[in-house]
Structure formats: C-alpha cells, structure tokens
Design a protein around this ligand. Sequence first.
Ligand code: PLP
Length: 412
Amino acid sequence: MADQKSSATKSDIFSKAFNFTKADEVKEMGLYPYFKPLEATDGTIVEIEGKKVIMAGSNNYLGLTNDPRTIKAAQDALTKYGTGCTGSRYLNGTLDSHLELEEKLAEFMGKEGCVLFSTGYQTNEGSIQTIAGRNDIIFSDKDNHACIVVGTLVSNAKTMRYQHNDMGQLRKLLERADPDAGKIIVTDGVFSMSGTLANVPELVKLAKEFNARLYLDDAHAVGVVGEGGRGSASVFGLTDEVDLISGTFSKSFASLGGFLVGDKPVIEYIRHNSPAHIFSASMPPANVATVLKALEILQEETWRLERLEEIANYMRKELRGLGFNVWSSQSPIIPVVIGEMMDCFKFWKDLFEEGVYANAVVPPAVPKGQSLLRTSYMASHTDEHLDQILEAFRKVGLKHGVIDRNGHSAAE
Ligand SMILES: Cc1ncc(COP(=O)(O)O)c(C=O)c1O
C-alpha cells in the first residue's frame, strides 16, 4: 500500500485516495471522533471502548429503538416473513405490511397517498430526481441535506440555491425564473445541523404566488414536532398547503426506511418512475413492523412528544445560560458551536472522557470556524442524564475557554 501511495501519479484515478491522509493524521493525535463502534446500548447509555457514556447525539427522538414492544414487533415479523424481501417493491418485494404502513402513514399525515423507500436518503434523492425534469426549476435551501442536493444534481432540472431560510432571496430567484417553467421549492422542515425550522408560512405564500410546488423533507420533524408529531407544516397548521412531505424511519420511528406523502397521482407517478424505488430492494419485514408499532406508540403515548419538547427547551436554555452558542435551534437538535475543527475534536474527546457522546460536525457540513458538537435528545433521557450532560459541557467548556465562569461565550 505504501508503495502504491508513493508511486501514485496524478493521472491515476486512485491518487486522491492514496493521498488522503487527513483521517490518519487526526487518528494519530488520538482525536478521531468518527465511526466509533457501540459495543452495547440501551438507547440513552451506550458502551464505547469499554466505557459507558450518555448518548447525546442520537436521532432516536422518541426513545423507541430499545422499547420491548418495537423489538417484539420486529421479532414477530422476522418469524412470519423471514429476514428480507430480496426484491424491489415493483416486483417480488411488496408485503401486505408495506401496504398497511403506506395507508396508515397517509392517514396520519393527512395526505391521499404514500410511497415507501428503503432509506430516508433514497426517498429524497429518488423523489426529487423523478418529479423535477428537463424544463423544470428546483429552488433549494443552501443548508438542505445531502440527499436533496444529490437529488437536484441527478435530476435534469435547473437548480437555484438560496441562502439558508432567506425568503427575500428566494423571492428574487422566483421572480427571475421563467414563468412557464415547472417549479418546486425543496427544503428541510427541521434543519439537521442547526435544528431550526423552515419558514413554512412564507414558503407557502411564495409557492402560491409564483405557481410553484412545495416539498418539505421532514426527516427530523415527523415524530418530533407539530400536532401529534405530524411535522414542520403542522407546527403552523399548514399541512394542507404543502404538496409533498417526506420522512424517515431512522430517527423517531426507530428503524430504517423512508416515505413520501402527497396527492395520489403524484405519489403514483413517483412510485412507478423513481429509480431509487424501482431498482432497490424494499424495506425488510422487521423494519416495517417496527415502524408500524412506533407509529402506534407515537399516537398512544402523547407524553413522549411533550417530554421531548420539555427536554429540548430545558437544554437550550441551560446551554445558553452556560454561555454556549446554540444558534437558533427550535427542536431537540441543539448545536453547540466550538469554533475551529481541531478545537472541536479536542472538545469532543474531553466530553467523551467526561462520559458524554455528542457528534462532532466540521466543514463542509458547517461553515469554516463554526465546527460544532451536535447534541440531540430523546424522550427517554432522564433529568439526571440531562444534568450530567450539562455538567460535562460546563467543565469542558471552561477548560477549553469556550465559555467563562460568568456564563459568557469566550467569543463575545
Ligand atoms: C434532513 C435529512 N433528510 C434525510 C436524511 C436521510 O435519512 P436516512 O438516514 O434515514 O437515510 C437525513 C439523515 O440524517 C436528514 O438529516
């Protein structure tokens, strides 16, 4: 391997890989925070490198990944249907439980139709690519998730990107666009790094004014915010005004897969034309059964969403009170801005030593100099967990000079 590295020429397509040293350099410094294997987990407490730490970086918002009822549902489905579907929904890979889930999700979300995909990523990539064609224009928020960005890149449509949540710039782009082109505005409903909500009321207004369709990626919103967990449009009572809403099962629904809801003809068009749907195997039976059970629990145990909101409000207030910059989070995703990338890795390591796991997020996922620890919370976190997380942040924040003892950010 070393020989290949030294002899790699620029024209060798692998040269970029042989010359990729960044990860090894950070590993050698003992600061590498990625791909850490969990050796055990009960959802809130995980074991990493033999050490038990509080998980403050999971998307398991409702705390259902280790719930005995979701586990039992998955086990029963394994026994009934086997381990996989070995084919796409289009051909041999549709189970009666896929249809049941589509029906229940459409009803839950208050839309006519629903189509499942095998991941949340595929849902957005595969739907955007299919619905936006050669003469169309996609208007996309600059902070949208990578799967939306890839969806715009593989579509034949023109893409116009606007600054994060900048409705003034979006208006200007819509004004400049060909009035005869098909138009769709695509945005995260809750942004995955900042935890901020999209400005759904203004988006609905602009979409109406300029004859555009509106698509919300509610991966971090369905089962998290809105009436009964119905997502970001529901926060504003605007579900009926939004054309397409996608969600994922890898977060609140404690499984893997994704869905898109909307008017029936649009959903049926995507079902029959999306490569990500047609040419990829369907969700395995245990995953479907888990989501069906999670959806039932979400609707029965309303305390979970209430607790999640209470925790998010508490942690935002307390972290701010300590002096941390948490941007304008409006959800259980609360970023803690550290600054330069290496400082963020050092902070991550000390936080881990203090018994807390959070996710280190560095450029290009965030702007340069704004590397952060993305914390996120679950309904199953106890008050003790939360106070331990806060104490760890306080201690490490003071040690690294990110905050001072008066509750101020060192950057102020
Ligand atoms: C906003 C957003 N959309 C889509 C996805 C993709 O979902 P999945 O991980 O279920 O494929 C994610 C995942 O992190 C996300 O944050």
